[in-house]
Design a protein around this ligand. Structure first.
Ligand SMILES: C[S@@+](CC[C@H](N)C(=O)[O-])C[C@H]1O[C@@H](n2cnc3c(N)ncnc32)[C@H](O)[C@@H]1O
Length: 304
C-alpha cells in the first residue's frame, strides 16, 4: 500500500501558514479570498449546466464557491499538484453533500492530461500561475481544455513588485557605511530577503517574480485567446492589526518562510529582541502598510 502524505508545502500554507494557524485571522483571510473568488467567477460567465475547471483549487475555494452560487446543475473539475489539498477539498465537498458535482484531478497546471480537449465551459484560477514554471504552456492547456467560446477568468498576484521593493531596500542598506545608520533596516532586509528575491537577477530567475501583468496578456494572446481584458488593481492600505504571535507564524506566499522561522534561524537573541521591539508595535497597531497588487484577466476561446 502506498503511504499517503498528510501535508506538503502547499497544504501547510493554504491550511495553516496563510493565516498564522489562527481561527480569527483565518476568517478574515477567508472573507477576502471569497470576494476574489466571486470576482473571478463573475468573469467566467457561468450558466446552468456548465462545467468549470478550477485550476490549482487549493482548499477548493473557487470551485466550492461556484457550486454555492450556481447550484446543483454546475459540474466542477478541481485540479491541483498537491494531493493533500485535493483530499482536503474532496472532504469539504463530501461534508457539503456536493461531491457528486465534483471531479478531482491531480497534476500541474501546465500538463492537464487528466482533462480532455474542449471538455469545459470555463477555466477559473486564483493565485496559481505565479507558482507555475512554464506559464505559456499552462495558458495553452487552458485553451485546449476549453470549448469554443469558453471563458478563462483568473486573478494573479504580481509579486515581482514586492521583490523590487526588497531590491530597493537592499540598495539602500548596501549604500550605507558599515555600522552606520539605523540598525533596524539591515534586519528588516534580512527578513524580507528570506521571503522575496533581493536582486533583479534573482527575481528574473524565479517563477513567482519573473513576470508582470503585461506578460499575462502576452501568454493569453500567444495561446490563441481573443477578447482579452486585464485590470491591474494596486491597493496600498494600512494592514489590519494582527497579534504578534499570529503574525510571526504567517507568511506572504507558500514558498516564503514565516517570520518566526527567519528569526529562529538567522537572528541572534539580541537582534531578535531589538527587531521585535521596533516591528511589533507597528504590526499590532495596524500602522504597517500592506501593498496588494492583483492582475485580473478574462479571455475567450475563439470559434464559438
Ligand atoms: C496560493 S494557493 C491558491 C489556492 C486557491 N486557488 C485559492 O484561491 O485559495 C496556490 C495553489 O496552487 C497550487 N499549485 C502550485 N503549483 C502548481 C502547479 N504547478 N500546478 C497546479 N497547481 C499548483 C498549490 O498546491 C496551491 O493549492
Amino acid at each position: 500500500m502506498t503511504h499517503q502524505q498528510d501535508s506538503d508545502i502547499w497544504s501547510e500554507w493554504v491550511l495553516r501558514r496563510r493565516h498564522g494557524d489562527d481561527t480569527g485571522y483565518r476568517q478574515a483571510v477567508h472573507a477576502d479570498v471569497t470576494r476574489y473568488a466571486d470576482r473571478v467567477l463573475d468573469g467566467a460567465r457561468l450558466r446552468d449546466g456548465m462545467t468549470l475547471a478550477d485550476i490549482g483549487t487549493g482548499d477548493g475555494l473557487v470551485g466550492m464557491r461556484a457550486i454555492e452560487r450556481f447550484g446543483p446543475s454546475l459540474r466542477v473539475l478541481m485540479t491541483d499538484i498537491s494531493a493533500p489539498l485535493l483530499r482536503h477539498a474532496a472532504h469539504r465537498a463530501t461534508e457539503r453533500g456536493v461531491e457528486g458535482q465534483c471531479t478531482f484531478v491531480e497534476g500541474p497546471a501546465d500538463k492537464l492530461s487528466g482533462i480532455g480537449d474542449a471538455a469545459v465551459d470555463a477555466v477559473a484560477m486564483r493565485a496559481v500561475l505565479a507558482y507555475v514554471e512554464d506559464k505559456s504552456t499552462a495558458m495553452r492547456e487552458f485553451y485546449r481544455i476549453l470549448k469554443p467560446g469558453g471563458r478563462l477568468s483568473m486573478a494573479e498576484p504580481v509579486l515581482r513588485d514586492e521583490a523590487f521593493e526588497v531590491c530597493a531596500l537592499k540598495r539602500m542598506v548596501d549604500a550605507r557605511p558599515p555600522g552606520a545608520g539605523d540598525a533596524f533596516f539591515p534586519l528588516l532586509l534580512r527578513w524580507r530577503s528570506a521571503q522575496f528575491p533581493d536582486t533583479e537577477e534573482k527575481a528574473s530567475a524565479l517563477p513567482i517574480t519573473n513576470y508582470g501583468e503585461r506578460d499575462l496578456v502576452r501568454f493569453a494572446i500567444d495561446a490563441g485567446f481573443i477578447d482579452i481584458h486585464l485590470e491591474l488593481h494596486i491597493d496600498v492600505v494600512p494592514a489590519d492589526p494582527i497579534a504578534w504571535d499570529v503574525f510571526v507564524e504567517s507568511s506572504p506566499h507558500p514558498l516564503a518562510p514565516s517570520l518566526k522561522a527567519v528569526l529562529d534561524e538567522q537572528f541572534t537573541k539580541d537582534e531578535r529582541a531589538f527587531f521585535e521591539a521596533r516591528l511589533r508595535p507597528l504590526v499590532e497597531s495596524g500602522k504597517q502598510f500592506g501593498a496588494q497588487r492583483i492582475a485580473w484577466l478574462t479571455a475567450t476561446k475563439s470559434g464559438h
